[in-house]
Design a protein around this ligand. Structure first.
Ligand code: FES
Ligand SMILES: [Fe+2]
Length: 324
């Protein structure tokens, strides 16, 4: 995973007020909860006293209370009470602090900072705020994939697989010949679109002769993607990294195809299931990829049409701080 990035990891609504929510994300077992004002906190799900899962404890005011000996920690991991020492005894509770994870939320998504909490940034969180707003109806679905999130992302940038994996859905028409595709990296987004054709004996065209069409794909680091199908219909996915071999895809369907909000909501609801069919076609093959995580420098024999994947890998490699 890339250090010092905000990862989209969970829908906000999965952490209601008054609950301790245990999740595994970024290779860590974590517990999320809200304080009395509704502000999110996130700490490692392991009590520093004697190792019990804090998520089995309970919420007391702004703190999680460990079920074993009652130590209390706030959402930033600071120990607020050690009952066995008592409230009156003068002692520094700092040594009992539990490791925390910086957390923010926007767009109905919880984001975790993959790095030291003290280095977390407060700028805009990765999303496509310029492309979707409240005028769209949105419906969301989740699906766990047994793969590293890099493979799941690459699959969503892959224009070569369409006529094979999706031969009876979005890849209908046997357009196996892959021109380009054109790939641009601007405003922090990788943008590409399919220029595929039926192979009737023509040569493939280079990237320079290809275009970004009205339907295009966008990716923003570290883990959010959108298919801009039209001005009125979009599909977005955030790929929540569970650990090095598991990812949960949160797939959102956005629509405002009609002027009627209830009808848009119904279309978003059905659209989400149509997209699940497509997503399951992808999942079937992607979970078999070896190794589980992709790398920029690998032994894979790529084809020219894999260019969006190469761009993704190269940028990711740079962000990971790998030497050229
Ligand atoms: S193990 Fe948590 S308070 Fe003792
Ligand atoms: Fe696909």
């Amino acid at each position: 995973m890339i250090q010092n990035q905000w990862y989209a990891v969970l829908p906000s609504k999965k952490v209601p007020k008054g609950r301790l929510v245990a999740v595994r994300r970024l290779n860590l077992d974590l517990v999320l909860f809200r304080d009395e004002k509704g502000e999110l906190g996130c700490v490692v799900d392991q009590c520093p006293h004697r190792g019990v899962a804090l998520s089995h404890g309970k919420l007391k005011g702004n703190c999680v209370q460990c079920p074993f000996h009652g130590l209390e920690f706030d959402g930033k991991g600071q120990c607020r009470l050690v009952p066995a020492i008592g409230r009156a005894t003068k002692t520094d509770l700092g040594r009992y602090n539990v490791k925390s994870c910086a957390v923010r939320e926007a767009n109905g998504i919880v984001y975790l900072w993959n790095g030291e909490a003290s280095t977390a940034t407060d700028g805009p969180l990765p999303w496509f705020a310029d492309f979707v707003d409240d005028s769209y109806s949105m419906s969301e679905i989740e699906d766990p994939w047994n793969t590293h999130y890099s493979r799941a992302i690459e699959n969503q940038l892959d224009v070569v697989h369409l006529p094979f994996v999706h031969h009876n859905t979005i890849g209908r028409g046997n357009r196996t010949l892959v021109h380009g595709p054109k790939v641009v990296f601007e405003d922090g987004r990788i943008v590409t679109s399919a220029n595929n054709e039926v192979d009737v004996g023509q040569e493939i065209r280079p990237e320079a002769e290809c275009t970004i069409n009205s339907t295009y794909l966008m990716f923003r680091f570290p883990n959010v993607w959108m298919n801009h199908i039209s001005d009125k219909i979009k599909v977005a996915v955030y790929f929540a990294p569970v650990d090095d071999e598991n990812t949960i895809l949160y797939l959102r369907f956005y629509g405002k195809a009609t002027g009627l909000r209830p009808l848009n909501a119904f279309m978003a609801w059905t659209g989400k299931y149509a997209n699940r069919v497509i997503e399951r076609q992808d999942k079937r093959v992607v979970v078999t990829q070896k190794p589980k995580a992709s790398e920029y420098r690998s032994g894979e024999k790529l084809v020219p049409g894999d260019r969006p994947i190469v761009v993704y890998r190269k940028l990711r490699d740079e962000k990971k701080g790998a030497k050229a």
